[in-house]
Design a protein around this ligand. Structure first.
Ligand SMILES: [Zn+2]
Length: 209
């Protein structure tokens, strides 16, 4: 008999989004309460929430993880942004010279001057508190934080798999547009047009905080 794929989380043995979501949200993967606030946000699409969950578990297919599984040669683990360093999670998202400039553009957009932390937990806690410590403020900044991470990941994948290189300004615009739709769809008081959001992000966020 030839091999075939079987989805063990549903009685039909066929993949369903619902069964995957139930599994991901109910099984204890040793994620501590410290991370919970960054996971499973209602305003963020499911596939992006799964991306964040895998990021915290360090289970993304970054080159160092692929190297550990012998998928990649040791000579093939350099950062997709061509900065010359090895690609691993904290480097790619928080330490890379190239993508670090995107974080700088984002904080400038909010008119905030800050020195970013270089690892996942510290960066998450720092960035998501930029607007203050109220629950709503943390949520809205977490939405933006997640958007930047997802834009970096998609750009990294386009570089590797499609050989496409985009300017940081284009990535910056993707974050602005993505966060606009996520916020608009989830906060009734976020009633601004797109040009106003691009020009006055902090003012817009304050109305939903
Ligand atoms: Zn890099």
């Amino acid at each position: 008999m030839t091999d075939r794929w079987v989805w063990r989380l549903h009685s039909t043995q066929i993949y369903t989004v619902h069964s995957a979501y139930s599994y991901l949200t109910t099984v204890d993967f040793n994620i501590t309460a410290e991370f919970n606030q960054f996971l499973w946000l209602k305003a963020v699409p499911l596939k992006v929430n799964i991306f964040v969950w895998r990021l915290f578990l360090n289970r993304l297919a970054t080159k160092d993880n692929l190297r550990k599984r012998n998928v990649l040669e040791v000579s093939n683990v350099s950062c997709a942004a061509l900065c010359g360093k090895e690609e691993e999670r904290d480097h790619l998202f928080f330490q890379c010279d190239h993508y670090g400039r995107l974080w700088l553009l984002i904080s400038n957009w909010f008119g905030i001057v800050t020195v970013s932390q270089g690892n996942l937990i510290s960066h998450a806690n720092q960035f998501c508190a930029l607007g203050g410590f109220s629950k709503k403020s943390r949520t809205t900044f977490t939405i933006i934080w997640i958007s930047v991470l997802f834009v970096i990941w998609k750009d990294r994948n386009r570089r590797i798999f499609q050989n496409q290189i985009e300017h940081l300004e284009a990535l910056f615009e993707r974050v602005k547009l993505q966060t606009y739709w996520w916020l608009k769809a989830n906060f009734i008081t976020f009633a601004f047009d797109y040009p106003f959001w691009r020009q006055n992000p902090l003012h817009c966020l304050q109305t939903v905080m």
